[in-house]
Write a protein that binds this ligand. Structure first.
Ligand code: BGC
Length: 462
């Protein structure tokens, strides 16, 4: 019964699940700091500036991790880089747990960021390259599901260890899933597509033999991959080629907009937002846990339907929900000072926001990014997009509280609402649907379209 879940091979599910542990670490390591910070602050006697340095150090690391990993994973393979990133996760977690002073702690959090950034490049790509097209969305969505589970795990660990004020344990526990990730990836093969890109066709076929059930499907897939490989040139220069440009714009746009709609104002600051409506600290923390759980549930819903409904319709519906909830959140702060009503409307707004994000942008970004780029530049293109993704995250996280102080909650939430309307137009007009097609079909379609439009241009100019 286990050998074939929903008609697909068990090996691909295991490979995707192991790689997705990178997402669990991403969620855990970014989520754990909000709770740990309260105790680090007292223990190491941190100023406000050093506190924000401890929090944002990880984001600085992610930008470099995301940037370096793409070209390295094109060169050395997805699997090798996943193992290296697991080792970096372990060093970062233990370095934070044993940090004798704040400088070491900040350094260790930057190191952790390197691994978190790396995971956003390697994991979606590895899963997309090993998955059969019919369930590629569901499998790649495991990454986002793991991120959301990691965030909830962090909230729970924070809650469980708060009484003991055990911040070193909170930070150090991240080493456990990292060890499992490293060991798991050690026993898994590299992605068949990367192997074909290295002319290691026999090894690629051997992987497909474990990952597919029919010999015929393997032959077709090998042929498609080798054909795509013959048409490719490697190197960063390829990224600037006109036929790749439209997809680079789509990838960069999606990667930045997923952050610029304001998701992490809620993930990082939900207790602060709730407290500002007049609720006590402990109710606010409980409400935050509720938000984390809704995030997991709606991510799971997305995972189950993404290969049937498609990426684009989900994103359009989700963005409509995001726009509505941001309008509501802005409106809540205009209500007269009845703190009870404001708190309820705000909580409702936060829940609708997180459900809409989870069922759409959260998953769709990580599914679509590796799908829209051709094999030879996939890693480098993912790097470009994820560098901008993490930079946007840093900008939003650092500006949220100062912006509220300067222009108030209503203007800030409506501002994110306006960006979300822009995101909706961007998705509607520019994003292609990638559901159900092989990565090679998507790529060849891209070439054909680019060819057609350059022919049109040359006809028009002649
Ligand atoms: C984003 C994170 C965000 C998380 C929320 C991820 O896709 O990259 O920035 O915190 O979703 O679930």
């Amino acid at each position: 019964m286990f050998s074939s879940l929903r008609g697909y091979n068990r090996f691909v599910y295991i490979s995707a699940a192991v790689a997705a542990l990178g997402g669990l670490l991403f969620g855990f390591d970014t989520g754990i700091i909000s709770g740990a910070l309260l105790f680090i602050r007292d223990d190491l006697e941190l100023s406000a500036f050093l506190q924000s340095a401890v929090v944002s150090a990880i984001l600085v690391g992610t930008i470099f991790g995301a940037g370096g990993t793409g070209p390295l994973s094109d060169r050395f393979g997805r699997r090798t880089m996943a193992i290296v990133s697991a080792a970096v996760f372990i060093i970062g977690a233990l370095g934070s747990a044993f940090a004798p002073n704040v400088e070491t702690l900040i350094g260790a959090r930057v190191v952790l960021g390197l691994a978190v950034g790396a995971s956003t490049v390697i994991v979606p790509m590895y899963i997309a390259e090993i998955a059969p097209p019919q369930i590629r969305g569901t499998l790649a969505a495991l990454f986002q599901l793991a991120i959301t589970l990691g965030i909830v795990m962090a909230y729970l660990v924070n809650y469980a260890l708060a009484a003991a004020e055990a911040w070193r344990w909170m930070l150090g526990l991240g080493a456990v899933p990292a060890i499992i990730l490293g060991l798991g990836m050690f026993f898994l093969p590299d992605s068949p597509r990367w192997l074909v890109g290295q002319n290691r066709n026999d090894e690629a076929r051997a992987v497909l033999q474990r990952a597919r059930d029919s010999e015929e499907a393997i032959d077709t897939e090998m042929e498609e991959m080798q054909e795509a490989e013959r048409r490719q040139e490697a190197g960063l220069g390829e990224l600037a080629k006109p036929w790749i440009r439209p997809m680079l714009i789509v990838g960069i746009g999606l990667a930045m907009l997923q952050q610029l709609v304001g998701i992490n104002t809620i993930i990082y600051y939900a207790p602060t937002i709730m407290e500002a409506t007049g609720l006590g600290a402990s109710v606010s923390i409980l409400a935050t846990l509720g938000i984390g759980i809704v995030n997991v549930i709606f991510t799971a819903v997305c995972l189950l339907i993404i290969d049937r409904v498609g990426r684009k319709p989900l994103l359009i519906v989700g963005l409509c929900g995001i726009i509505f909830s941001l309008a509501l959140l802005g409106f809540a702060y205009l209500l007269p000072g009845l703190s009870g009503v404001v708190a309820y409307v705000t909580f409702a707004g936060l829940l609708i926001y997180i459900a809409s994000f989870a069922v759409s942008f959260g998953v769709v970004l990580w599914v679509v990014l590796p799908e829209i780029f051709p094999l030879k530049v996939r890693g480098s293109a993912m790097s470009v997009c994820t560098i901008l993704h993490w930079s946007s995250n840093l900008v939003v996280s650092l500006t949220f509280l100062p912006l509220i102080a300067a222009i108030g909650e209503t203007a800030v939430f409506w501002g994110y609402g306006v960006i979300s309307i822009g995101a909706l137009a961007f998705v509607y007009f520019l994003m292609p649907e990638t559901k159900g097609r092989t990565l090679e079909e998507i790529e060849s379609d891209l070439r054909d379209r680019a060819g057609a439009s350059s022919e049109q241009t040359s006809q028009a100019t002649s």
